[in-house]
Design a protein around this ligand. Structure first.
Ligand code: Z5A
Ligand code: MG
Length: 218
């Protein structure tokens, strides 16, 4: 489960509820690192470009109905189909900034009523992130950011549940090496960016010496 390597890239994950600013911060961090000479890529889940991703896109756009468990497994499969490329990139020294991952996968499905352990199992053994920036925003504050849109899940009551489940997953990670960084997302974009850059630069340095692990939730 542990691949030993020197000078690998860091796996930086952004998680959080709807409209918390994940994509905004992921993009800003990507640009900062790129402009400062780092080898870096920006990834996003769901990856709507793959065959599985297109089914997910149809579901999220409310074009298509799917069984809750079936769509959960498709979100997970959409991550698994990317694992080989992600692993190769990290091992070759490229830092990956990832916008949503398995924590979103479990939080939204459990909020709909599925069992937590059942939901975690398909993602067990994925690459583990080196840091989770959890962009924390209440559903009320999210609503003020232009209101929820037309996509499935964009409802206040569901978002409140999702937020609670994210916190349960933080507990489950038994966060001894402070994997999770909880950020109050209700601050200016620039303040958040500054904090994220500081933590990321330290982390990238540290990851050069650390093994890459594919042991999520093991
Ligand atoms: N989903 C799932 O069920 N299972 C899975 O396994 C995965 C996902 C991976 C689509 O995700 C849905 O898929 C999502 C979870 C589910 N459902 N929901 N809800 P998505 O990632 O494609 O969703 P999105 O369309 O990108 O929205 P988002 O991620 O929720 O938004 P965000 O990236 O966190 O926020 P943003 O786009 O950066 O910013 C939102 C707005 O706020 C925008 O107008 C910004 O200009 C503004 N903003 C950003 N930062 C700030 C600050 N600091 N202050 C004020 N305003 C700000
Ligand atoms: Mg986003």
């Amino acid at each position: 489960d542990t691949i030993n390597i020197n000078n690998r890239g860091a796996f930086i994950l952004f998680e959080g509820c709807d409209k918390a600013g994940k994509s905004t911060q992921a993009k800003k961090l990507f640009e900062y690192l790129k402009n400062n000479g780092h080898s870096v890529e920006l990834w996003k889940f769901p990856d709507r470009k793959t065959t599985i991703g297109q089914i997910i896109n149809g579901y999220l756009a409310n074009d298509k109905e799917l069984d809750d468990k079936a769509i959960h497994l498709l979100f997970s499969a959409n991550r698994w189909e990317c694992m080989k490329d992600m692993k190769n990139l990290l091992l070759s020294g490229t830092t990956l900034i990832v916008d949503r991952y398995a924590y979103s996968g479990v939080s939204y499905s459990v909020a709909k009523g599925l069992d937590l352990d059942w939901c975690c199992l398909p993602d067990r053994g994925l690459l583990s992130p080196d840091i989770v920036f959890f962009m924390d925003l209440t559903a009320e504050a999210a609503e003020k950011r232009g209101g929820f849109g037309e996509e499935r899940y964009e409802k206040k009551s569901l978002q409140e549940k999702v937020r609670k489940i994210f916190y349960m997953l933080k507990e489950k990670d038994n966060d001894s090496d402070s994997l999770w960084k909880i950020l109050n997302a209700n601050q200016s974009v620039e303040m958040l960016h500054k904090r994220i850059v500081e933590s990321s630069l330290k982390l990238i340095e540290k990851c050069h010496q650390l093994p890459l692990k594919d042991d999520l939730w093991k």
